[in-house]
Design a protein around this ligand. Structure first.
Ligand SMILES: [Fe+2]
Length: 523
């Protein structure tokens, strides 16, 4: 737990009321429009996400002063016009409309732009108070019955603002991927010192406290989303996002809060505020979040080439056992009743995998699924926050995939701030069992600071304690993938530093897995 965490006693009911109040007052739109004109309203940029063959979510949030409550806007609703076109100059406009940016939703706008053509590039923008937003590029998913030859995607996670610059996001943007997956820790809930940490960029005193109220979460997103490199990455491709722990609280698990002075009721209020702020700030097609429960697991199909199951491994899991650390000999982790994604999501996942006609079946999720032994010696030291702490759930998933003869399972993971590539095995302690799939873990964008070129912990490469691990590095960056009918190639892109802007990018390693032959090959 982070040392700056403070007590939450007493804030519960006020924060709860803020999250759920609905303003039915007659909007004073003229006043609101004037406030918008006083300053540029699109300082958080635009975004698109959750692409389907005929539609995509278009997002913006009006905030002329992103670090102030309600983004510096009055408590009024504001009309926002949107348009989407086939060309960047908007001469071939295909859809347009208007939406309300309402204060109850932090003046965010989610438009589901429908009637689009599959597998096509589009450009979109918004207008409010006479001001035009930046132009975003997006792309729809291929037609359901199509057989695409290729898909280019990137995935990333863990972007602590105060730990460094988002150079990795800038390089990711330059690749123009078809789609970007973000696997969580998009924000960190931690308080930020007024000097702004590694960035040395001053932030207001209010950022010193950890996120708890909806307003506090909103300004945290405002700070993060003010970053030009993050905006560039959103402006260049549709994103499909899920959350990990730091969108809420370090290592939260289901209905189990951090304990101590934070009561369960307080924790659920914080969780509700965190979920609501996530929903307001992300280009997601999920129901409006109205409380401490929110279903965000969902599925995306790219013709018969790839199907992506986007998981939530936080909200439905049992509490971490044995003190939630790296443990030797924790028998409780083997309890067959323990859930990682919950019975309902587990059924949804296996049903989907069983019905899939896709060549590549992807789990886009948060925490490492392959076994990771952190002890370089004969002892086995496993992390209780990862799938290793939920062994029965992992076994049920692997058995279920084998029974359904799932084609080419690929797991995409974040969380751990290491680049890793490994083979998944039914029994990780028996190196002779054949791989049943592969896992690629992306390092952090900025969390942890500069990093270094070492492999470090967990012991990497072909180390005998983790024989299924084919590659590891402790550097900052993201992973870029080219998926074709014959192979899946993952390029681990790294930047040498994040404590100042402008670092170059390079490919640290490239790993291949072939259709019908689970296992990894280094290029
Ligand atoms: Fe993280």
């Amino acid at each position: 737990m982070h040392p700056s965490r403070r007590g939450f006693l007493g804030i519960g009911s006020a924060a709860f009321a803020l999250a759920f109040t609905t303003n039915l007052a007659d909007p004073r739109t003229a006043q609101a429009r004037a406030a918008v004109k006083a300053d540029y309203p699109f300082r958080l940029g635009v975004a698109s996400g959750d692409p389907l063959p005929d539609r995509v979510i278009l997002w913006t949030r009006l905030a002329p002063r992103p670090l102030e409550p309600l983004g510096g806007l009055p408590y009024n609703r504001i009309q926002v016009d949107w348009e989407i076109a086939e060309d960047e100059a908007f001469t071939r406009r295909v859809r347009h409309g208007s939406a309300w940016a309402t204060p109850e939703y932090g003046h965010s706008v989610h438009v589901d732009a429908k009637g689009l053509r599959p597998g096509r590039e589009y450009f979109y923008r918004f207008r409010a108070g006479g001001e035009l937003s930046p132009v975003g590029r997006t792309k729809t998913a291929p037609a359901p019955r199509s057989s695409p030859d290729a898909l280019r995607l990137a995935f990333a996670s863990c972007a602590s603002w105060q730990d460094g610059y988002y150079t990795a996001y800038r390089h990711l943007a330059d690749e123009n991927p078809d789609v970007v997956f973000h696997l969580g820790d998009y924000i960190y809930e931690y308080g930020i010192v007024p000097s702004g940490g590694t960035r040395n960029t001053p932030v207001p005193e209010q950022f010193r406290v950890q996120c708890d109220t909806l307003d506090r979460f909103r300004v945290q997103y405002g700070l993060y989303k003010s970053d030009p490199d993050l905006q560039a990455a959103h402006h260049r491709a549709p994103w499909i996002v899920t959350w990990d722990d730091h969108e809420v609280l370090d290592n939260w698990a289901g209905r189990y809060g951090p304990g101590g002075e934070v009561t369960e009721q307080d924790y659920l209020v914080i969780r509700a505020n965190a979920f609501r702020a996530f929903w307001e700030n992300m280009p997601v097609r999920v129901p409006e979040v109205r409380g401490p429960d929110a279903r965000i697991y969902r599925r995306f199909t790219f013709g018969d080439l790839a199907e992506f199951n986007v998981l939530d491994t936080r909200q439905y899991r049992d509490d971490q056992v044995c003190g939630d650390g790296q443990q030797v000999d924790c028998a409780e982790r083997l309890d067959p009743a323990r859930q990682m994604i919950g019975a309902e999501q587990e059924r949804w996942l296996l049903d989907g995998l069983g019905a899939s006609r896709a060549k590549w079946n992807v789990l886009a999720q948060q925490v490492a699924m392959m076994q990771l032994d952190y002890d370089a010696g004969p002892a086995q030291r496993l992390s209780m926050d990862l799938w290793d702490g939920y062994r029965a759930a992992k076994d049920r998933l692997f058995t279920g995939m084998a029974e359904r003869q799932v084609s080419n399972p690929v797991v995409l993971t974040g969380d751990i701030h290491y680049n890793l590539a490994g083979e998944l095995r039914a029994d990780f302690d028996d190196a002779t069992t054949p791989p049943i799939g592969v896992e690629f873990v992306c390092t952090s964008v900025s969390s942890g600071g500069n990093g270094n070129a070492s492999t470090g912990v967990p012991p990497g490469g072909s180390d005998p304690v983790n024989p299924h691990l084919r590659f590891s590095s402790y550097q900052r960056g993201y992973v870029s993938c080219e998926v074709t009918r014959g192979q899946w190639r993952s390029d681990f892109k790294v930047v040498p530093y994040v404590d100042r802007p402008g670092a170059p990018v390079s490919t640290r390693a490239s790993l291949l897995t072939l259709d019908g032959a689970p296992g990894l090959h280094a290029l």
